[in-house]
Design a protein around this ligand. Structure first.
Ligand code: FES
Length: 159
């Protein structure tokens, strides 16, 4: 009669419990990581109660559609500049100038240039949305909410 090696029931349950816990922790960790990454990727719109008024007439480069300027608003965005781009007669895009790869300051896009370039490692962002066009950056440039009053030429930016 052949001998069979059977583990006691208690040992099997311990091994299954360990395997279950290991798999559960790995799954929870993976979900948290995925959620964090997804959160970063979708956290495009910055918004707070701080509203800053910017007179577009003070920036001649913004007189034409397609114009862009870098602007520092004291006490906002950590003292780092934002990029303001005129998308149309009545619409502006306000983006952080800090690359989402390693926080280098991206270049101001030239007139007619469809991309915003980060010369540190070569990332490219869409100048009409801030979306990543080429890595190594994986997240878009954060965008700040803004509203333009054509009558007064005041662009109100939410930080
Ligand atoms: S910091 Fe911009 S590409 Fe690396």
């Amino acid at each position: 009669m052949a001998q069979t090696c059977k583990k006691p029931v208690g040992e099997i349950q311990d091994a299954e419990r360990r395997a279950f816990l290991t798999q559960t922790l790995a799954l929870v960790g993976g979900c948290m990581c995925a959620g964090w990454i997804a959160g970063c990727e979708t956290d495009v719109l910055k918004s707070s109660d701080v509203a800053v008024r910017f007179n577009v007439a003070d920036a001649p480069a913004l007189a034409q559609v397609g114009g862009a300027v870098k602007q520092i608003f004291e006490g906002q965005h950590g003292g780092e500049p934002v990029i303001i781009i005129r998308l149309s007669e009545e619409a502006f895009l306000v983006l952080s100038s800090l690359c989402t790869h390693q926080r280098c300051e991206v270049n101001l896009p030239g007139e007619g240039d469809p991309q915003i370039w980060c010369e540190c490692h070569g990332a490219l962002f869409d100048r009409t949305t801030g979306a990543v066009l080429r890595g190594p950056a994986t997240a878009p440039l954060p965008r700040f909410e803004s509203a333009y009053d054509r009558g007064t030429q005041i662009l109100t930016i939410q930080f």
